[in-house]
Design a protein. Structure first.
Length: 648
């Protein structure tokens, strides 16, 4: 078995706070006593700065502030039509996010701070790289590190503006008054984001990072496509990219002298990934997820020596897999053949970690805990004898009825030519039919009858305690660094870009179905010709609960984002009136339209906000008028519309 537990990026911590307008966003990740004249002084110093730039991702993926996971892709899952807020009576942060409301003025501040912190670290890396006297033999190393700095700045800025809209664009460690002004995402920020990705593509080596956790040329090319497609759809209103186009002017900087970017160039970049990246889809979709690990597979097959005791569990869903395709086998799972960019985790969490950009659980994929089961048997969440092989957690962000129902309708295909999509049960747990002993907690709310299987923590008969994760049986594991297995032992990579996304983006840009057909073939579903509707469905099924759906919905809404008849608004409003579970009583019907006092529901809240979150009031105050609140959350909106109301 591969030793997943102890391998990850090195970490350099930095203590930084937003304290005033003058030093807002200003981060210095250098070691104390060192100055810009002396640090970085050698290539290893730049490597340390690079590690600090990446380390923000660990807090994004594993941090938990104000009762909600920091992962932006988790937030976007909650905001989409694929999830409910759910959780217990007290879990109002998740429910308020799903309802496009807020329970406090600074509820969504942490990611604002984290993303600007990452941008500042990237700026420092870019600006100081030539403090080192690089030799000609070291030029490729220098360019790679510079390219990674540009990539991470583009990545953090992309997340920031997709979450908060028009914001200050910070491209230097020296923050001028002009730089603190809020600028147009469409006209100013996206040209810089795409220029950063282009610089990264041209500077980095034409080699794969191979699961190291670092960006590479191919990750840059893939994110050029993701950023361009959002800009073209959401801002420029290109509803169908296969037949439309848009050109964006780029910013001239090192590595980026191309002038502009259009659909043809973006398509060429994606084709380069296909032709030269060496990526391929895993043979079995289930290989991507930790429930397919070989230890659990062995239990399903009475162990490699046939020695399991009578009466032990057997997880039937993976029994037909090839053992070589199990999550922890070569080429599968963490570092698999289709993983292009990801957040990595390691067994290094600690309750004593502190600092603006740090969190006790930052090295654990805490999504596994948030999406864990809230089983109500004898008030013991996730008892192994009731939920095997899945472990306990907070049960926030459960899959929606809409996701299951729409997927089932697609499988039925209008009553003819029905098929089974392996991805549905590979992504979702059907609680009533898959877990016979599962019962609902008495304080459950907005439960759909389904749970998340992707990223779900897994237990084994071989584990000594109910709450031990299967990771405790892996090579290299000696004990939980957090001294809390249920919250600390989650080390599955969080996928930020998979090869399947490259293939589906190519089909959407070109209208050529051959790329989409590869994804469909892997899922065992009928191969279809190109249509925008087919691509939309395929993206929803392939990336269910991976956080891509919400921004896909937004870009497909295009210039119609202000309308309650937009793609996103109608999809969100379709949640209204679905059957959900409340107070543990299955079958109670609660109309899901109570986030606004005028009963206009999701469609109106989406049209009012265009899917942007409110900027934190504390940051608006610090910026003394330079930062403006987003529509739908400002003085032109009624507080009753955007203030969360306890629903149950």
């Amino acid at each position: 078995m591969k030793k997943y537990i102890l391998s990850s990026l090195a970490v350099l911590s930095a203590a930084t706070m937003f304290t005033s307008c003058n030093d807002m966003l200003d981060t210095d990740p250098r070691v104390t006593e060192l100055t810009a004249a002396t640090f970085p002084g050698k290539p290893g110093d730049v490597e340390a700065l690079n590690a600090a730039t990446y380390s923000i991702m660990n807090t994004l993926g594993g941090g938990d502030q104000s009762g909600i996971l920091n992962n932006p892709f988790y937030w976007w899952s909650l905001m989409s039509d694929d999830c409910y807020g759910s959780g217990g009576l007290q879990d109002n942060v998740a429910k308020s996010l799903h309802h496009f409301t807020t329970a406090s003025a600074n509820q969504y501040e942490q990611d604002f701070i984290l993303l600007y912190g990452g941008i500042s670290r990237a700026n420092n890396q870019i600006e100081t790289i030539d403090n080192v006297q690089w030799t000609e033999a070291q030029k490729a190393q220098r360019n790679q590190l510079l390219g990674e700095g540009y990539f991470m700045r583009g990545f953090y800025t992309l997340l920031l503006t997709q979450m908060y809209g028009d914001v200050p664009l910070i491209t230097s460690t020296v923050i001028t008054d002009e730089m603190l002004e809020q600028v147009s995402a469409e006209e100013v920020i996206y040209p810089q984001i795409l220029s950063d990705f282009v610089s990264a593509k041209n500077l980095m080596k034409p080699e794969r990072a191979n699961g190291s956790g670092h960006a590479d040329k191919y990750a840059a090319e893939a994110f050029i496509a993701r950023a361009y497609m959002f800009w073209a759809g959401f801002y420029k209103g290109v509803g169908e990219l296969a037949t439309g186009d848009a050109t964006i002017e780029l910013v001239e900087q090192e590595g980026c002298t191309e002038g502009s970017l259009n659909k043809a160039k973006v398509t060429d970049y994606l084709r380069d990934i296909v032709a030269n990246g060496g990526y391929k889809l895993c043979e079995d979709f289930r290989s991507l997820w930790q429930y397919s690990n070989s230890l659990l597979w062995d239990e399903a097959h009475d162990g490699p020596d046939g020695g399991n005791a009578e009466g032990t569990h057997a997880y039937a869903f993976i029994a037909d897999m090839k053992r070589e395709n199990c999550f922890d086998q070569p080429g599968m799972g963490n570092g698999n053949t289709e993983e292009i960019f990801q957040i990595q985790f390691m067994n290094a969490s600690n309750w004593n970690i502190s600092g603006t950009y740090n969190n006790a659980r930052m090295y654990s994929n805490y999504l596994s805990c948030f999406w864990g089961l809230r089983n109500g048997a004898t008030n013991d969440n996730g008892r192994r004898d009731k939920t095997y092989p899945f472990n306990q957690g907070w049960g926030q962000g459960t899959p929606s009825c809409n996701l299951w129902d729409d997927w089932t309708d697609a499988e039925r295909n209008g009553g003819t030519n029905s098929y089974t999509d392996i991805r549905k049960l590979a992504s979702l747990i059907d609680l009533d039919n898959e877990l016979e002993g599962y019962t609902y907690e008495k304080d459950d709310n907005e439960e759909s009858g389904y749970a998340v299987k992707k990223y779900a923590d897994v237990n084994l008969d071989a584990c000594a305690k109910d709450n031990n994760s299967w990771w405790s049986m892996c090579d290299g594991y000696t004990g939980s660094s957090l001294a809390n297995e249920q919250q600390g032992d989650h080390f599955e990579d969080y996928y930020l870009m998979r090869y399947a996304d490259v293939l589906l983006m190519l089909t959407e840009l070109t209208g050529d179905a051959q790329y989409m057909n590869l994804v469909q073939r892997r899922a065992g579903v009928p191969e279809t010709g190109y249509s925008l509707a087919n691509v939309q469905n395929e993206r929803r099924w392939e990336f269910a609960l991976e956080g891509l759906r919400f921004n896909d919905m937004r870009r497909w809404s295009g210039k119609d984002n202000h309308s309650e008849n937009s793609y996103a608004a109608k999809a969100l409003q379709a949640q209204n009136g679905k059957m959900i579970v409340c107070y543990g009583q299955k079958g109670s019907k609660v109309p899901m339209k109570h986030m606004t006092i005028d009963n206009n529901g999701w469609a109106k809240r989406y049209a009012d906000t265009k899917g942007f979150l409110p900027k934190p009031q504390r940051q608006i105050t610090l910026m003394t008028g330079k930062l403006k609140q987003n529509p739908g959350w400002d003085e032109n909106a009624s507080p009753a519309e955007y203030t969360y109301k306890v629903l149950y």
